[in-house]
Design a protein around this ligand. Structure first.
Ligand SMILES: NC(=O)c1ccc[n+]([C@@H]2O[C@H](COP(=O)([O-])OP(=O)(O)OC[C@H]3O[C@@H](n4cnc5c(N)ncnc54)[C@H](O)[C@@H]3O)[C@@H](O)[C@H]2O)c1
Length: 335
């Protein structure tokens, strides 16, 4: 069987996770990239022994490329995804899918028209413990779900924003603690517990000198009836690991990052451990392995071949952006 051949656009921090993942997947191959920063593009290309294209259009015009990974600043995602789909490429799109629900919808529509696959990165869904909780919820092991809470009290040094041309701006980041970091947790919550309606949201800029929020909280109601809170920040020093707490009438589970800390069903304590916390991306965005990306890209390649269902679809990307946008709107309106 022929390899699925990839190109990458945007060769910054996260592109490395894509390149390393593709290198590990049997039947996948990275053949080229484009970054508007020429020096960075050439250095990246030399590191992986691949070609640097002179433009995105020329990479898309290369018929030997089957799929592109879009790893550019978030404000470029929607347009670049639409362009790639129109050129007949499958797309791996970094989160968030777009900066507005309306733009995310456009990408969904384009994917339907083009009949090409698009997956939006949410690599933590693929972790073993997340999958275990998902199965238990689907089997009804927790009974009636009553609460699902997401806490992402992260910290970012001021330099994280100051040294970037795009982070912390409405135009290119589309938001702050929620749209950039929190969206990972928002997708996980929705994956585990289902769709949620926003009841009330607040987003504030308390610490950093940025346009967008560094502190946000929201109250949500899930379609299954459970209530929950979402808290996301880049202002809580020194930064605390992501926590998801799920409670039902027959049991509960707590996930720290993507590792089970407690799991109790029908009075039986199945997991009870201390997970080493407050390291990693809670305080340092570069502390990111590529294992989750490798699992997601492996699923994407298998889905292109028709061997597996795509776990994270365009609709999933849309729903996460929609909920974040609703929190911003609720905060603006004071309702
Ligand atoms: N899934 C995750 O855990 C995760 C982690 C970090 C970042 N991200 C996402 O990945 C995206 C990129 O983040 P990053 O931290 O790698 O950013 P970055 O600033 O390190 O890299 C972005 C790259 O895109 C290039 N670029 C900018 N405009 C371009 C254009 N028009 N055409 C081609 N290249 C262009 C820049 O030169 C730069 O090399 C963001 O959307 C972010 O939300 C996801």
């Amino acid at each position: 069987m022929e390899n699925i051949r990839f190109g990458i656009i945007g060769c910054g921090v996260i592109a490395e996770a894509h390149a390393l993942s593709i290198a590990e997947i049997k039947g996948a191959e990275l053949i080229g990239l484009f970054d508007r920063n020429r020096d960075r593009a050439e250095a990246f290309a030399a590191r992986y022994g691949i070609q640097a294209y002179p433009s995105y259009a020329s990479m898309l015009a290369d018929e030997t490329i089957d799929a592109v990974c879009i790893c550019t600043p978030s404000g470029l995602h929607a347009d670049q995804a639409v362009q790639a789909l129109r050129e007949g490429k499958h797309v791996v799109l970094e989160k968030p899918m777009a900066l507005t629900a309306a733009d995310a919808k456009k990408v969904c529509r384009e994917s339907e028209i083009s009949h090409h696959l698009i997956t939006v990165i949410s690599q933590n869904r693929f972790r073993d413990d997340v999958q275990r909780i998902k199965r238990l919820i689907d089997e009804g092991s927790f009974g009636q779900l009553v609460m699902c809470d997401l806490y992402m009290k992260y910290w970012r040094e001021p330099s994280y924003y100051a040294n970037s041309t795009w982070r912390g701006t409405w135009r290119m980041d589309g938001g702050g603690a929620l749209m950039n970091q929190g969206i990972h947790g928002v997708d996980l919550m929705r994956y585990l517990v289902g769709d949620a309606t926003l009841l009330r949201g607040r987003a504030k800029t308390l610490v950093h000198n940025i346009e967008v929020e560094d502190t946000a909280a929201a109250l949500v109601e899930f379609d299954c009836g459970a209530l929950g809170v979402i808290e996301a920040s880049t202002s809580a020093y020194p930064g605390f690991s992501r926590r998801i707490e799920i409670h039902g009438s027959k049991g509960y589970a707590t996930l720290v990052d993507s590792t089970l800390e407690k799991l109790c069903i029908d009075g039986e304590m199945l997991v009870d451990k201390t997970v080493l916390t407050d390291t990693g991306t809670a305080s340092d965005p570069t502390m990111l392995g590529h294992e989750g990306h490798a699992l997601q890209l492996r699923n994407f390649v298998a889905a292109i071949r028709g061997e597996e269902a795509l776990l994270i679809t365009a609709h999933d990307g849309y729903e996460a952006v929609r909920l974040v946008e609703e929190i911003y709107r609720s905060s603006e309106n004071g309702k």
